[in-house]
Design a protein around this ligand. Structure first.
Ligand code: CA
Ligand code: CA
Ligand code: CA
Ligand code: CA
Length: 292
């Protein structure tokens, strides 16, 4: 039986005796064929190719690879990886891949030169694997008049806020009226989105910032015109500082302190030291001690 061709059978069974006249009964039988992981995943193409403009930055998305698997969903938890090559073939140290999404990103921007890097990627369904090649053509960003109004934008968000808000507007310059410019974030982010048409950068709703966990984000934005065959491309960086909120109480280093003092001790002598820390910054992290 093969789940992929027929996953369900239904038939009747008849039982009869040898008496005269013969008596019989009927029953319905249903057979469900359970799927097993018997089919390998297959990359949608054997060779992927991407262009990566230099200079580039940590976390920049290069390309997303994907594979299909004809087994049913719970059995097709595909996991992607970069096949580690020998030390003399370092592309595997330059790029990362997200195991679940297959998104290849820049891991070490400073190692990248103008060259074509061939990565071998693998996909596994837990039982079977497939491999594909990814050719990444690293080129200098073509010189053009298309630029961002600033080489770097600075903005901030408040920690503890989870509603969506607009935090920056990036703007390309150097194109003629009527040309369409498309903005994107090339460093994939769970926290920020950009409007393709206006260049307004916003936070995603439901994502809360915690300054004590991550206090700054750097995203790379890209503007691209509709030029054919080669569009003009410009890149800039948006630095997002997370502003502090007083959301941490100071904490003593111990739950309780015990000090032993001699009967004959002088007035003003030190009997011991209690210590506390506050993980906020500025006034929010300033602490003072009082005896109650
Ligand atoms: Ca499979
Ligand atoms: Ca916090
Ligand atoms: Ca805080
Ligand atoms: Ca505090």
């Amino acid at each position: 039986m093969d789940f992929e061709s027929t996953s369900f059978y239904k038939f009747k069974v008849k039982v009869s005796d040898d008496g005269v006249p013969s008596l019989a009964a009927f029953t319905d039988v249903e057979v469900f064929v359970e799927d097993v992981n018997d089919l390998p995943p297959v990359f949608v193409v054997p060779v992927f190719s991407a262009i990566l403009y230099l200079p580039t930055f940590l976390g920049t998305e290069v390309i997303r690879v994907s594979a299909t698997d004809a087994d049913t969903l719970p059995l097709t938890n595909l996991s992607y990886s970069i096949v580690t090559q020998s030390v003399s073939a370092p592309p595997s140290q330059m790029f990362d891949i997200s195991p679940t999404l297959g998104v290849i990103t820049v891991r070490n921007a400073s190692l990248l030169n103008e060259a074509v890097y061939d990565l071998t990627v693998s996909v596994s369904d837990g039982n079977f694997t497939d491999q594909a090649t990814v050719g990444i053509d690293c080129r200098p960003l073509p010189v053009s008049d298309l630029k961002f109004s600033q080489a770097r934008y600075n903005t901030s968000v408040l920690e503890g806020v989870s509603s969506a808000s607009d935090i920056a507007e990036v703007r390309a310059v150097g194109y003629s009226i009527g040309e369409t410019i498309t903005y994107s974030i090339v460093t994939p982010s769970d926290f920020f989105v950009i409007s393709e048409s206006t260049g307004i950068v916003s936070t995603l709703p439901g994502r809360e910032f915690d300054r004590e966990t991550v206090d700054r984000y750097e995203i790379v934005v890209q503007a691209r015109d509709g030029g054919k065959p080669t569009p003009r491309v410009a890149q800039s960086v948006v630095l997002i500082e997370v502003d502090d909120v007083n959301d941490n109480a100071p904490k003593f280093t111990e739950e309780s302190y015990f000090f032993v003092v001699k009967k004959s001790v002088d007035v003003g002598a030190t009997v011991g030291k209690v210590e506390a820390h506050d993980s906020d910054i500025g006034n929010n992290g300033e602490i003072k001690y009082v005896i109650l």
